[in-house]
Design a protein around this ligand. Structure first.
Ligand code: ADP
Ligand code: ASP
Ligand code: MG
Length: 929
């Protein structure tokens, strides 16, 4: 068998060199395998090493010595004799380690790995190693260049050569080890150059040829690591796994190991190299025809698992650059946590659905022998890592410290596969017609596309599946062709492609036995305003898979992760209008943020602040002790559109709220658009709710249809619970009859003090001096602000009124409405004092007081703002300072209205009201109560 393969390799080699045709390019590889197996780097050496049993002659073709004829009978015989005596001490004495590309990315890192290998006290060990980081990518890109007939493929090869030469030199220093390594490297590079040239000429590369080329990264890193381990005093040999591992391709991106053939080859190999420490190449293998191949991208994990199974090892440790398997990709979910353990199934599902910390097929070979796999961090060896085994500690209950986890981890982890497209095949003619689904997938298979998930509606009217975006058009065209007749006669109604999708999977073994998991998952997505396009749940219930828009990928991941995992609600906050109220709110947020995070599991992160002229944006969270300075010094020009886009898309926090602390109508005009985009709104700005009725109704309608929230408690009575009290009545079925109150802190102050014998204008001056009024007191005295509050309450109670429908009794004397300045107004106000004084005196005589109130008469369908008289025993007569008071008369509170009273103006309490709306939002979004 071996003899045949060598002679045919020789024959093919002759063919290749003498008649350089790209088709025959695989031939030198087979010969190379023989070299490697015999520890030789050239045919001459092979003949020398074979005690003269190999015969042949060499001919110079260009710069290459070509072996023209050889029987090599002696070599083969020798090998076969050895294998018959082979013994391989399989079993628990073996430990398998696998080091990923980043672990061996520099010479220092290789040294570090060598130390870990030497320090491992196991009796025997196999160390599987990936190519240095980025090298496989570089090799692929070099091939691409050669194939596209780009001359710079030569530079790419030189770069790769240099990288390894420099690393090896720094690692080993001068000496025999280095010379041997460099000579192998030079020879390989020399061969690669010739091969690339042929690819360049042909303008094409075959898969097996490409596999051969890209496997060099592992060949070189394994040799370097072996030399480094030897340098530390531990004897070892390196294994070219193409000599041992036999795999058969099953699809474009997958190979199946042939364990029997691999075991036989391993026995032979071990007889030749009976070492206790073996440094093996990851990633590469051979087909059963002895053609070099790979285990496909990221396949070194799989190599380690296969070797683990072949050696029946005690354990497999996969060393990488993170502390273990995280509950979600730590690059996308900041809050992801390291999982202590996972079952084989869970690890498989997670990696299949995109957790690239592990090659999806890694668990398959090891689970047969119950070999645990531990993922560990080469840069943090004190971290215990994640153990993958049949019965993780959380489930067997062996580990008490994990009991908290055991109870909580219904879903262990989340992952996404990005850049997919959905294909939806729909039609009534599919129902009950056997074979439609198989026809569909047979067609997809012909195209060679990889189906990531499938979902079929139980009505059988549609089949929907996800394939990589780059393959979808080919799939759609093939389906159109296949089902042309069915489409024409209407048995199928359409073949639809939905572009720009991604799959999000939730994985956990305990999901099967626990009701409500999917409801929670969908709830979390809905609350983050993420549209689910398709759903699949396998019978195993180890995973639930949903398809969402690609642009929502990271946000969706964060939304479901925080919902299940952390029970922490994260909220991205954008604040518009950092004036008196906004500024105070930011101060309150700064003081409270840590407590909220720790004690209440609410993580509020301010990602944007926009003033009237400038704004500051950040996608991690602004430093709230510095914002004023930053806004002044580093602020960019205020731009509402950019601010919105930033708050909507430039971060991965699942929920966003914009807090509008302005009194601006333009900002309020954006609410509809924000809610539509899933941005929650909290505001003390009255403009939206007191603006045109139809706009208000649209907003409320949108709010009811979606999971997006709009809270505006602070629009009436600052922090007092007025809107929420009113809502409480409505929701519990009480009927509101009348709302009456003093809604203006300024006017409350003025009339509370009017009884003390002062004139109206004196008190207005005092109030202005104390900062209780607007800069122009007419803005308060006109009653417009109170009217806005009245209309808000009226609408909230179900009345369909416009602002103009509210009767407003202005306290600004008619002739003074035209005054050009506040000062002029103040000067002239005393001329009209008698109007109010007369009313006050009349009231006094009757034992009553004057109060400026807002009124909603729900039964009469009207609203008004007016000066009214109340008996001195009435609660409205008992007010002091600038307090607000509101009385609700309802069906249940008819005889004695329900009264809410307290400070209803001022930056502190208004900001407090806004803040508490933000926390209400957080609790609506899932924060614990
Ligand atoms: P190696 O080269 O060591 O094989 P990989 O890059 O293939 O390393 O895999 C490790 C990387 O996987 C990590 O750096 C991390 O960014 C990424 N990753 C994605 N999802 C997860 C996850 N759920 N847990 C841990 N790492 C993950
Ligand atoms: N070096 C190969 C790759 O980058 C295999 C691996 O690292 O697992 O795909
Ligand atoms: Mg990997």
């Amino acid at each position: 068998m071996a003899l045949v393969s060598i002679s045919s390799a020789t024959a093919r080699l002759q063919g290749q060199v003498l008649q350089p045709q790209p088709k025959a390019l695989e031939t030198p590889l087979a010969l190379q395998l023989v070299f490697a197996r015999r520890g030789c780097s050239s045919l001459q050496q092979l003949c020398r090493n074979s005690n003269g049993n190999a015969h042949g002659s060499f001919k110079k073709v260009g710069r290459t010595n070509v072996f023209i004829h050889a029987t090599l009978a002696g070599v083969i015989q020798q090998e076969e004799n050895k294998s018959s005596k082979a013994t391989l001490p399989c079993g628990e004495t073996w430990s398998i380690h696998k080091f990923g590309g980043t672990c061996v990315g520099t010479y220092e890192r290789i040294q570090n790995v060598a130390k870990i290998v030497v320090d491992d006290p196991s009796l025997r060990k196999v160390v599987v190693v990936s190519a240095m980081s980025k090298v496989t990518d570089m090799l692929y890109s070099m091939l691409e260049k050669a194939q596209s007939r780009r001359n710079d493929h030569v530079d790419a090869l030189d770069l790769i050569f240099q990288k390894h030469k420099e690393t090896a030199t720094a690692l080993l220093g001068e000496g025999d080890d280095l010379s041997k390594l460099l000579s192998n490297l030079e020879e390989d590079t020399h061969n690669l150059r010739a091969m690339l040239r042929a690819i360049y000429i042909a303008g094409h590369v075959t898969e097996s040829f490409s596999d051969f080329v890209v496997g060099h990264g592992e060949l070189w890193s394994a040799q370097m690591l072996a030399a480094a381990v030897r340098k530390r005093g531990l004897s070892c040999v390196w294994m070219d796994t193409r000599e041992v591992l036999v795999v058969n391709p099953t699809s474009l991106n997958q190979v199946d190991p042939d364990f029997e053939a691999s075991e036989n080859k391993l026995l032979k190999w071990y007889t030749d190299h009976p070492a206790d420490t073996i440094i093996a190449t990851g990633f590469i293998a051979s087909t059963s025809e002895n053609v070099p191949t790979t285990l496909k991208r990221d396949g070194s994990d799989f190599s380690a698992a296969i070797l683990g199974a072949l050696f029946r090892a005690k354990n497999v440790t996969i060393w990488t650059d993170v502390d273990g398997v995280y509950s979600a990709d730590p690059r996308k979910v900041q809050e992801a946590v390291v999982l202590e353990s996972l079952s084989y199934q869970e690890a498989w599902e997670l990696s299949y659905f995109g957790a690239n910390v592990l090659h999806p097929r890694t668990t398959i070979p090891v689970m047969k022998y119950d070999i645990p796999v531990t993922i560990r961090n080469v840069f943090n060896i004190s971290a215990p890592g994640t153990k993958i085994c049949r019965f993780p500690a959380t489930e067997s209950g062996q580990n008490d410290s994990l009991s908290f986890r055991a109870a909580d981890l219904l879903v262990k982890g989340f992952a996404t596969i990005d850049n997919l497209a959905l294909v939806n095949v729909e039609g009534t003619g599919m129902a009950g017609v056997p074979g439609t689904a198989s026809d569909i997938f047979a067609t997809v298979k012909e195209v060679g596309a990889n189906v990531v998930m499938i979902s079929q509606a139980s009505s059988e009217h549609s089949v929907c599946f996800a394939v990589p975006e780059k393959e979808v058009m080919q799939v759609a065209n093939a389906l159109e062709k296949k089902f042309r007749v069915a489409l024409e006669v209407g048995r199928l109604s359409r073949i639809e492609v939905v572009h720009d999708c991604c799959v999000l999977a939730a994985v956990g073994q305990r999901m099967a036995s626990t009701p409500g998991v999917s409801a929670t998952l969908f709830g979390a997505l809905a609350k983050a305003n993420i549209n689910v396009r398709a759903i699949a749940q396998g019978c195993s219930e180890y995973n639930i898979t949903v398809v969402v828009n690609q642009e929502d990928s990271v946000r969706a991941l964060n939304a479901v992760h925080s919902r299940f995992y952390l029970s922490r609600t994260s909220l991205a906050v954008g604040i518009i209008g950092p004036g008196l109220i906004g500024g105070t709110l930011l101060e309150q947020l700064r003081e409270q943020a840590a407590t909220l995070k720790e004690d209440f599991k609410i993580d509020l992160r301010v990602l944007g602040i926009m003033g009237s002229r400038s704004m500051i944006l950040n996608n991690l969270g602004l430093d709230l002790s510095q914002w004023r300075q930053q806004l002044a010094e580093k602020g960019e020009n205020a731009d509402l559109e950019r601010f919105t886009t930033h708050m909507h898309s430039n971060h991965s926090i699942p929920n966003t709220v914009i807090v509008d602390c302005t009194a601006n109508a333009e900002v309020a005009g954006k609410y509809y658009q924000w809610l539509k985009r899933g941005i929650h709104i909290v505001t003390p700005n009255k403009r939206a709710n007191s603006g045109p009725l139809n706009r208000y109704l649209q907003l409320r309608e949108l709010q009811r249809q979606s999971y997006t929230h709009y809270f505006y408690e602070a629009t009436v009575g600052a922090g007092l619970p007025i809107i929420s009290t009113l809502r409480g009545f409505l929701e519990t079925g009480d009927k509101i009859q009348r709302i009456e109150g003093i809604f203006s802190g300024t006017l409350s102050y003025i009339f509370n003090n009017l009884s003390e014998g002062k004139t109206f204008s004196q008190i207005v001056s005092e109030a202005k001096a104390a900062g209780y009024t607007e800069p122009d007191p007419r803005d308060d005295l006109s009653g417009l602000d109170v009217a806005r509050k009245v209309i808000i309450l009226a609408r909230e109670s179900g009345l369909r009124l416009e602002l103009d429908d509210i009767r407003v009794q202005s306290l600004v004397p008619e002739p003074l409405q035209a005054c050009s300045s506040a000062d002029e107004f103040m000067e002239k106000l005393s001329d009209y004092d008698h109007e109010i004084s007369t009313k006050r005196d009349e009231a006094n005589l009757a034992g009553e007081v004057l109060r400026y109130v807002g009124l909603v008469d729900v039964l009469g369908n009207t609203g008004s703002v007016e000066l009214r008289r109340y008996p001195s025993t009435h609660p409205f007569a008992q007010l002091s300072g600038s307090d607000n008071i509101i009385s609700f008369t309802t069906a249940r509170y008819q005889k004695q209205p329900l009264i809410v009273r307290g400070p209803g103006a001022g930056a502190d309490v208004t900001a407090g009201g806004v803040f508490s709306d933000m926390l209400r939002l957080a609790s609506y979004l899932g924060a614990p109560s």
